[in-house]
Design a protein around this ligand. Structure first.
Ligand code: ADP
Ligand code: MG
Length: 730
């Protein structure tokens, strides 16, 4: 049978293995399997240090059988076989119940896969899968490096290894693989061919093979991604947009006159940039990244006002209802009568500000939709509900997406499609992004940066409260909260979980940890994270007794959430105990303290975001990161690093270093698969930049990818993956 990259795996591996690979690893085609690279390589004699394994890790180790003992079980029928294996660096116990096949003999070598557990203070695998290295595998065994693949319970590393071998044997090498990279690009950057690279990565004879192969395979990833992004940029540049020139004497001037502060230099500069771009008929596609609290909202509002002055509508898309409501309130307050055109006390020269969210009552939503459709609402603020069908704009001129990391490209596109002609797009994020990540994740956008915070800010000082080592510090933390409240300020207490209901999992707006690089809960011995409802109760009856305390979390109805946020903003509440609903964008300048409970359960960027909720006014702020982690552990050090710097760019880098690339891309751009496996956004900066140049050059010609069908196919494959992913999430 002729095998190529698109061949489905069941035709090559048989239905059973293929099905297991598809369901547990998402591998469907020969391309998928060949692009499923080893995670690392085992070498006889210098294996994973068994001593370094953590309880809960799912691993494959190469080790030698040292001792085998079988005895009947005392309490139950059957026998228990204990096997001691070692790799020179340490030993480990394997435990089997009713182990019949006596292949495990002293002296034999094998690969053992399972989840590391602990029994009587020593590490063990209960019932691991194993694969003994026997004479049949001599050829494999003699190889210097044994690939260890990302595996699953259903498909072990050695099954993958065998499957790759099968492909090799059936195809007579990887000769059936056509190389998508144009010859001249390969030559220019000294890259080996794809078949050679695949052979080297799956069956290396030494580490030089792996390095050379990785270099080449990273190019594939970088180039295909950059081509995708370059194509988007090109397509966008060709779209016909509508110029929205600046007009004086309108809403923008009114906004400027109403602002209670002077713009920072950065706000002014970015404002000019946006104003000029809105004045062009090619639609703007711009990312505004700015440190937490740098005042992005005002910049966006001024752009929106310019568009309204030019006769268009502007939509502001927020990731949560709390945030949408806050924006609507803030903007309406700032505009005053100018935001109430058509109402009795409104200024007919102004416009209407409407809020459109999923939780609104049908009548309110209908009314809002009508105002959007007839154009009387110049400024429309909402959540995902804005993307729904049935929301029609009279003349959508600008879309602002706040806190972009919660939105995917497709969602941006859905909103863009609501204009008769593509509207201008401004995306705002407070998660600063290193240059290469920006080039990759947001490669289809131009970038503006606000680094400066408005002057007169007190700044936030942060400390870790290591409760295991310094239990007294926690009491001191609550005293600090009381002191701030006594001085007229307010406080947040943030917990990772809501509490009360078993098996809860917060709403979409609060998934601490998983989507932000916090160490995943290992489900093992760690206690459940602290919960809002429990902590609030303890504080109310304990250290914060007598203060006005309220809780906020995703299980409340939107009305309740909104009411509580309003009460907090109006200083009717002293202490808000909340989940990460307060993470993004919440703006209460009078709040000066934040206590984060179980801070180690949050990711670095998330902590930085949370901390950005305090010291937004003139008073200095305090952020206390409470954790049981020991200060010398990696987790403790991560927290110390967050406490030590308030530079979001530095933290973004730290965050990247402690996370897998895929996670970064995944979180940064939900609903999008990047196709990135080997590329490191931090280490491969140079390579990515070169790939970007090549991609731009390839697409600059009239023929585009017409002369490079292989590349076109890879780009199409990535697009299909993305779309599939998006559909799965929707
Ligand atoms: P972010 O960039 O995090 O979204 P916001 O737009 O919410 O920040 O602004 C943070 C706070 O700073 C708000 O209370 C806002 O009114 C205030 N602010 C914005 N610009 C200035 C400025 N130039 N001077 C003083 N305060 C400002
Ligand atoms: Mg904001």
């Amino acid at each position: 049978m002729a095998v190529d990259l698109t061949t489905e795996l069941h035709k090559v591996l048989g239905p059973k293995t293929a099905k297991a690979m598809a369901t547990s690893l998402g591998l469907h085609t020969v391309r998928d399997l060949l692009r499923h690279y080893p995670r690392r390589y085992a070498k006889r004699g210098e294996m994973t240090r068994l001593d370094d394994l953590q309880v809960g890790d799912r691993v494959t180790v190469l080790a030698q059988v040292r001792r085998v003992t079988t005895r009947p079980m005392r309490q139950r029928k059957g026998s228990l076989t204990e096997v001691t294996v070692g790799d020179g660096a340490g030993t480990m116990q394997l435990v089997f119940f009713n182990h019949r096949h006596g292949q495990l003999r002293e002296g034999s070598w094998g690969l053992f896969a399972g989840t590391v557990g602990e029994y009587r203070a020593s590490k063990q695998f209960a019932h691991p899968d194993f694969h003994l290295i026997t004479g049949d595998d001599d050829e494999e065994w003699a190889r210097a490096l044994i690939p260890i693949y990302p595996a699953s319970k259903e498909v072990s590393s050695w099954v993958i290894q065998r499957s790759v071998k099968l492909l090799l044997d059936s195809g007579g090498g990887f000769g059936f693989v056509t190389d998508p990279l144009p010859e001249e690009i390969r030559a220019r950057h000294g890259l080996q061919s794809l078949p050679a690279a695949l052979l080297d990565i799956h069956r290396p004879t030494g580490s030089e093979d792996v390095e050379r192969a990785e270099q080449r395979l990273k190019w594939d990833e970088a180039l295909v991604l950059q081509l995708t992004l370059a194509a988007r940029r090109r397509a966008a540049a060709l779209e016909p947009g509508t110029a929205r020139p600046r007009r004086s004497g309108g809403l923008l001037d009114a906004v400027d006159a109403a602002l209670p502060f002077a713009l920072t230099e950065g706000q002014h500069a970015v404002g000019e940039e946006l104003a000029a771009e809105l004045d062009r008929d090619a639609p703007m596609h711009r990312l505004l990244q700015g440190e937490v609290g740098s005042g992005k909202t005002v910049v966006a509002l001024r752009a929106m006002a310019q568009v309204v002055d030019a006769g268009g509508q502007a939509a502001l898309l927020a990731p949560t209802e709390v945030l949408a409501a806050q924006h609507a309130r803030g903007i309406a307050a700032l505009l005053g009568p100018l935001g109430r055109a058509g109402e009795l006390d409104g200024d007919p020269a102004g416009t209407r500000v409407v809020l459109l969210t999923g939780s609104q009552r049908a009548a309110a939503r209908r009314e809002a939709r009508a105002a959007v459709a007839d154009g009387s609402a110049g400024i429309v603020i909402g959540t995902h509900a804005l993307l729904q069908e049935g929301v029609e704009f009279a003349d959508l001129g600008l879309v602002v997406v706040d806190e972009q990391h919660r939105f995917g490209v497709e969602q941006r596109d859905a909103l863009r499609a609501k204009g008769a002609r593509p509207p201008h797009v401004l995306v705002m994020t407070a998660t600063p992004i290193p240059r290469t990540v920006a080039m990759t994740v947001y490669g289809d956008l131009e970038i503006s940066t606000l680094r400066q915070l408005p002057s007169g800010r007190g700044g936030v000082s942060s400390s870790v409260v290591p409760v295991a080592e310094k239990p007294a510090w926690l009491g001191r933390a609550w005293e600090r909260v009381r002191e701030e409240v006594a001085a007229g300020r307010q406080a947040y207490v943030v917990c990772p979980r809501i509490g009360e209901l078993e098996g809860e999992k917060g709403g979409a707006e609060e998934e601490p940890g998983d989507d932000d690089g916090a160490p995943a809960d290992d489900g093992g011995d760690r206690r459940a994270p602290l919960a809002v409802l429990d902590v609030a109760e303890d504080l109310r009856t304990g250290p914060l007794a007598g203060l006005r305390l309220e809780v906020l979390h995703g299980r409340l109805t939107p009305e309740e959430k909104d009411a509580r946020m309003r009460a907090f903003a109006a200083a009717e509440v002293d202490v808000l105990v909340a989940t990460t609903v307060v993470e993004v964008g919440v703006d209460v300048p009078n709040a000066t303290v934040m206590v984060v409970m179980d801070a180690d359960r949050f990711g670095v960027s998330q902590l930085h975001q949370l901390r950005g909720r305090v010291a937004r006014g003139k008073h200095p702020g305090l952020c206390l990161l409470v954790s049981e982690a020991s200060t010398s552990s990696p987790t403790g050090q991560r927290l110390a690093a967050v406490a030590a710097t308030s530079d979001g760019f530095e933290l973004a880098r730290l965050d990247l270093e402690t996370r897998r690339e895929g996670d970064v891309l995944g979180a940064a751009q939900s609903g999008r698969r990047s196709g990135i496996r080997l590329l490191s956004l931090l280490e491969d900066e140079e390579l990515i930049a070169r790939a970007r140049t090549e991609a731009t050059a390839l697409l600059a010609t009239e023929r585009g990818l017409a002369d490079h069908p292989g590349l076109a196919m890879e780009v199409a494959a990535l697009a299909t993956d993305e779309r599939a992913e998006y559909l799965e999430k929707a």
